[in-house]
Design a protein around this ligand. Sequence first.
Ligand code: ZN
Length: 242
Amino acid sequence: MRTLTAGDILQVWERAAQQPPVERALAMLGVACPELTPAQLAELDLGQRDARLWDLRALTFGTQLAAFAECPRCEQRLEFAFDVPALEPAASQPLLELATDAGTLQFRLPTSADLRAIADCGDLGQAQRALARRCLLPSCGLQSPDLQHGTPLPESIVFELAQHLQQHMPTAEITLAMECPACQHQWQSCLDVVSFLWGEIAAQARRLLREVHLLASAYGWREADILALSPVLRQAYLGMLS
Ligand SMILES: [Zn+2]
């Protein structure tokens, strides 16, 4: 994995700005991880994907992370800072089991390829059923004669499986314990690395575009040459313009 250069950030932003989160995550990792093919990246489970995204965040923007949240009780705006968590990607594709009334289910963790496949589902319930069906292994020990391949899974099993999948993706979301300094309300806030890192990349891309615009207008330099300048030099030239 390598850090994203100024040119990479503009390229990723241009490629994925109109895309859903699953494609944004793959676009960011596609540039940062040239050692993996697009198909290999899409087959990483979401825990492995997100651990790599946190690594990419630390490489590109540093390990300090500043964010804000709004108190759900009094709407006070809280700013907070912490270090990017060091996450160990889980062993590749572990098989998980879930004991149900119909037998023991064996399933694997969802991947980006799974999320792509269910993107066209009309509603959340349909998406959960499709995801459960995809992640359930064919050799699973379901005993019920109703559970033939291709038949819809019973709602109770879909619900259990969805809960279980969520619990077994420990790196998919970072949960933060929050306390409001104004009203002392305590709650848990989830930090999704895909939307967080994408927000930073989009903000950085807009800053870079403004800098390219200013320097190109003043000196007539090409975009690629401006982006190839180190941040220190770019800021120095911008300082002379203002
Ligand atoms: Zn509050």
